[in-house]
Design a protein around this ligand. Sequence first.
Ligand code: FES
Ligand code: FES
Length: 245
Amino acid sequence: MGFSHAASGFKGEFCGRVYSLIKGRSWITLVVLIKCSSLYTTCLGRLSQPVNPKLTRRRFIKGVIASGVAAASTSLWYTASGQSRPAGAVERLLTISVNGQTRRVDVAPQETLAHTLRYKLGLTGAKLGCNRGECGSCTVLADDVNIYSCSTLTHEVKNKAILTVEGLRAADGTLHPIQAAFIQELSPQCGFCTSGQIMSAVALLKSNPRPTREEARNALSGNLCRCGAYDHYLNGVMRASGQLS
Ligand code: FES
Ligand code: FES
């Protein structure tokens, strides 16, 4: 009995408070109040939900990949529908020239060329050593100039001809003169820096077919070799340029 009295007293007090809250307010204010209270209730509900125990690492990665696919398809949609891109949006679907082939690839705005080559196009000849522009193991050519692909955005070089170590061999399998000379001079030791050394040497011979040893040393100075095989690589450059018999 006492409990029902208390309950009816509470109801009366609650109704009185609600009435005082809405009394004299415009209908717009009332709508805002109702919306806010509904949002507050929803947030409380979300916060009180337990963390999804089925969210495993595998599912999380699948979700990330799916979001990448969604982004790519958005790009495709803009291309296919002929709609103009929203202001500030970057074209992700690039057509780039790699080793004489035209490749279509989805590239994030902040993506490095090394990433695109290795993980999107399967060209793993450019190695990732330091991944910060110090060792040269990721060297490739862009319009015949040697660059560090780990420190170059793919979007920066989308209009240039990219050449990687995979593109040096002739169609019949004949090695590039630099590759053959490096083998003859036993230049690679562990081999990790070799593709970068090759690409810098190729760039040198394109611009200077008969370099002096000192010029070759300068040209390859951006390619570090932890095995210390520098003289062997220089011998290879001299041999490839016909200055060593
Ligand atoms: S990996 Fe690019 S410079 Fe070292
Ligand atoms: S051959 Fe080993 S790092 Fe150069």
